[in-house]
Each structure stands twice: as C-alpha cells, then as structure tokens.
Design a protein around this ligand. Structure first.
Ligand code: HEM
Length: 523
C-alpha cells in the first residue's frame, strides 16, 4: 500500500518540480530586470541629487566592471612607489579635483586648496574622519585622538594638550642625551641608513620626553617594536585599498604577532608608572609630570592609556623622523646649502661644540628655510581621507572649467593630497618640484597653500615640538660633522603608507669635522 501510494505520488512530485522550474524561469529574469532597473533608477536619482548640490568632477577613465582596472593600477603604483606621480598627473587639470567610482562607491580626490580648506576648516563638522576609518585604525590606534570624532576627539584633545602642545624647559637637554647615542653611530666610518637612525633617535627622544623613559632603540641591536608597528601599518594600508571590504581583513589573525608586541611594549611604560602610588605622582612637580603620569592621574583605564600613548608615539615619532631623513638626504646632495647652514650655525650659536638653546634655534633663519622646504616637497603626511556625514558641496572641481562646485552626497569619501598641493606649479612656480630652500627667504605662502601640519581644528598639536626637534638635530649634526656623503641611491622615490616616506634606504657617510679645522677656528 505504502509503496503504491509513493509511486502514485511521484508523477505529481515531478509536475511540482516542473512547475517550480517554470516559476523560477519566469521569476529570475524578472528579478534581474528589477535589480537592473532599480539600480538604474537609483543611479539616476543619485546623479540628480548630486547635480542639485553642485556637479561632478572629471571621472577617471576606466574600462572594467566596478572600475577594478583602476584598483589594479593604483596597487601597481603603490608597489612601484609611483603613486604620488600618478595621482599628481591626474590632478593636474583645471579645478584640481577628480573622481573614481570603485566598487560602485564614488571617491573624490583633490589637491585644490579651496576644497582642502572647506574640509579642514570651513565645513569641518560635515567632514569627520568617519566610522570606516575608525574601524580600519581601531585595532592599531584604538579610540584615540587620531581615530575619533566629535565629543570623544575633543576629550582626547583636552587630555593631551597640556603634555603635547607645550614645550618643557629641559626638552633640549633630554634630547641631547639621545643625540649622543646617535652620534656614536654616525661616527662609525661605514655608511648608515639615515631614515633608520632618525626613526630610532626620535623613538628614543619621544619616549624619554612623553613617556618618562627612553626606549633605548639606538643602543639596542633588536628593533622588535618598530618592526611590529611597520607590519601593522602595512596591513592597514592594504585594508584602506580594499575600500568597504577592508574591515573584513581580520587584523587579529593576520597581524596577531605584531599587535601583541606593540601592546606589550606600550604596557611596559604604563606598568613602570603604575608601580608608583598616586601620592608619588602627586609629589612630582607639575611641570615635570609626563603624559603617562597625566593619564594615570586622570583615572584612565588601561585600554584608554594604551590607545592614547600609542597615538602620541606614532604622531610624534613618524613625521619628525621622516622629515629628518629627507633633510639629511637633500643636505648631502646639496653641499652648498650645507655650507651656508654651517655658516649660520657658527654666527648664531657661536660655536661648534656647544649645543644650541631653544632661543638660538629660533634665530636660525636659513635652517628654518631648509626645514620648511623639506616639509613642502616631502610632506610627511602627504595624503589624508575624510568622509562627509551629510549632503554637501566642495567649492571647486566641477564643470568644464573646474571652477564650479562639486556636489557630494553623505558618506562619500574624499582623499586630499597635501603633497600634491605643495608641489603644484601654478601655486609654487615652475620649479615647484625642486628642493630650493632659498625660495623661503622672501616668500610667505598663502595660509592654505602650505599645510604640512594641517590647519583648522585638527591642526597638529605637536608642531612646535616637531620643528624644534628637526632644527636641533640638523644643527647638532652639522656642528659635529663637516660633510655628509650620499653613498646611494642618488635619487629617491616616495612610498605611500599611513605616511609618505622614503622608498629606499638612504645610505650616507658622516665625516667628522677635521680636527685641524677645529684647532684652526678654535671653536
Ligand atoms: C614634522 C613633524 C610633524 C608633522 C609634519 C606633523 C603633521 C601632522 C598632521 C598633518 C596632522 C593632521 C592629521 C590628521 O588630521 O589626520 C597631525 C596631527 C597631530 N599631530 Fe602632528 N606632526 C608632526 C609632529 C608631531 C609631534 C612631535 C607630535 C607630538 C608631540 C604631534 C602630535 C599630533 C597630534 C596629537 C595630532 C592630532 C591632532 C588632532 O587630530 O586633533 N605631531 N600632525
């Protein structure tokens, strides 16, 4: 009986699956048609909304679906260290703004001062760093000043300002301790990778001054923390390139080892101070308290302390070290500039054997020209990204002549190139790409044409400290050494990561000033 009924049912089951098949054959094309039509309608309505706000910037030509060819091209340029040249050429057009549409998402790219000013200052509240960048950077820099917006960012700012924004009377004395370690390396006759040494030197200075204890990376043979941090940043650059899918890369797995090293390293600084009782900290005179003391006194939890310390460490060490590296590279290539710097040191400091004071550093007009020119041609944070939180406009880049506004819908990302702006020929003249400190002797750029430290509410908090550090090390090196010899390579490229840094090891020999020269001049 049971078997019979099964056989009886079979034809009807076959007819059901046949019916389902026919239904599927009718519904599938309808569904596809619906998706095509609705995305077409959506795209038309988005275009209309954008046009109502302003217009479009020129779109970069692409032939592949989702503009994947552009993603491949961008990756290739990043690998070959030609990303800056590629984007700079694309942006050299009226309005200095372009757009991509990668993975169906519109991304604006600009090096127009008017647009950058709008993002950083005039319309600051509409252009936060945004949730996506927070999600990308959270694993490395937590909920710190660099990764947050609004109230959270303001709270970090208030917390850090007393320690980061002001100079301490003994900053240079403390710095000199690490300079002596640097000098030990430079005295050796072999060629040195200047960026590697500058980075170690700045790590030691920054940890000594802000965290109360030098990392001692110059005398050390192993560089675990720096290597781990590089790896974490490298993964994050890849995640940014993957656009909306970037946050799907599990940092906890791909960068587990480096993250563990970084966390343990920062914890070691906190533990050192935590061993002190609150009354011990209170007993330290206020102007001698460092950032770790401040964070503990404010009752911050261990994660919060870790996040803020790592952010300050990154903010303070990387851009200064990058800039010191570029300055030394160019000074080695331009001995006539180095000779003028040495003359100035002698006339202002009066001696090659006494370290300069903060007031003397301030008087070094030509040294400042050198520093400013390096920050122009090699801005350490050459690119930055913001995501708008509401429908808005950028003042230029739209229309045929590029002078009309660009409409921007909420959640659109805009990448702005400080490096591009600071190398624009129509702003800086035909020699914009050349490193020429003399240009600063009689020239003051418009506020928004030169922004190595950013402007507006998110201006760099440590800009005075950073500039003092660059000037100090240049003066000390040229007090101790007569000549820097660039061994290799004679030309450099720019590598784009979180920062924009030297792509190749810059190998230099440092020749101590001749003893006879010292005896001759008596200074
Ligand atoms: C040559 C050296 C330096 C350069 C070129 C530089 C550049 C910058 C730039 C461009 C920003 C804006 C980043 C953004 O909006 O995403 C920034 C932010 C910041 N910098 Fe610097 N910086 C330097 C040195 C320092 C130093 C030495 C410190 C600490 C002592 C420091 C602390 C900060 C902090 C805390 C911020 C975050 C400000 C905020 O978001 O409100 N910087 N810096």
């Amino acid at each position: 009986m049971a078997t019979g009924s099964l056989w009886e049912k079979l034809p009807s089951m076959a007819s059901i699956s046949h019916e389902k098949k026919s239904l599927f054959l009718v519904l599938a094309p309808c569904l596809i048609l619906f998706i095509v039509i609705s995305s077409f309608v959506k795209s038309v309505s988005r275009k209309r909304q954008i046009r109502a706000l302003g217009g479009f910037a020129p779109r970069v030509h692409s032939w592949a679906p989702f503009e994947l060819d552009l993603l491949v091209t961008a990756t290739k340029h990043l690998i070959n260290n030609t990303f800056f040249e590629w984007t700079h050429k694309l942006l050299t057009r009226p309005g200095h703004t372009i757009e991509f549409n990668i993975f169906g998402r519109r991304i604006l790219f600009t090096d127009a001062a008017e647009n950058i000013k709008t993002i950083m200052a005039t319309n600051f509240s509409v252009w936060p760093k945004g949730h996506h960048m927070h999600a990308i950077w959270e694993v490395a820099l937590g909920d710190s000043i660099f990764t947050t917006d609004g109230e959270e960012w303001l709270a970090s700012k208030a917390l850090l300002r007393p320690y980061v924004a002001k100079a301490r009377p003994n900053d240079l004395e403390e710095t000199e301790i690490d300079f002596q370690e640097l000098k030990k390396h430079l005295m050796k006759p072999e060629a040195h990778d200047v960026y590697d040494l500058a980075d170690r030197y700045q790590l030691d200075v920054v940890t000594r001054i802000f965290l109360g204890h030098s990392a001692g990376s110059l005398p050390a043979t192993k560089q675990e923390f720096r290597v781990a941090m590089e790896k974490v940043f490298d993964w994050n650059t890849k995640r940014i390139l993957l656009g909306p899918f970037g946050t799907k890369v599990p940092m906890g797995i791909v960068a587990a080892g480096p993250l563990k090293i970084v966390n343990e390293y920062v914890a070691s600084f906190v533990d050192r101070v935590k061993a002190m009782s609150p009354s011990d900290i209170e007993a330290i005179p206020e102007n001698e308290q460092n950032l770790v003391h401040g964070l503990i006194r404010n009752g911050k939890d261990p994660k919060s302390i870790r996040d803020q310390l790592l952010a300050v460490l990154t903010a303070a060490k990387d851009p200064s070290a990058i800039s010191i590296g570029w300055n030394l590279f160019e000074l080695a290539r331009n001995p006539e500039v180095a000779a003028k710097l040495q003359e100035e040191i002698l006339s202002v400091v009066g001696s090659y054997s006494i370290p300069p004071t903060a007031a003397q550093l301030n008087e070094l007009t030509y040294a400042k020209c050198i520093m400013r020119e390096s920050l122009r041609v090699y801005a350490s944070l050459g690119y930055n990204i913001r995501t708008c939180s509401a429908d808005t406009t950028l003042p230029v880049g739209g229309g045929v002549n590029g002078q009309e506004p660009v409409g921007v819908l909420a959640n659109t990302q805009c990448v702005y190139s400080t490096l591009g702006l600071q190398r624009r020929k129509d702003v800086w003249g035909e020699d914009a790409e050349s490193w020429r400190p003399e240009r600063w002797l009689n020239y003051k750029p418009a506020t928004w044409d030169y922004i190595p430290f950013n402007h507006g509410p998110r201006v760099c908090m440590g800009r005075n400290f950073g500039q003092q550090q660059i000037l100090y090390v240049l003066v000390r090196i040229y007090q101790e050494f007569g000549r820097i010899e660039l061994v290799s390579p004679k030309e450099q490229q720019i590598r784009v990561e979180l920062n924009t840094k030297m792509a190749h090891k810059c190998m230099c020999k440092f020749h101590p000033r001749e003893r006879s020269e010292v005896e001759k001049t008596g200074i």
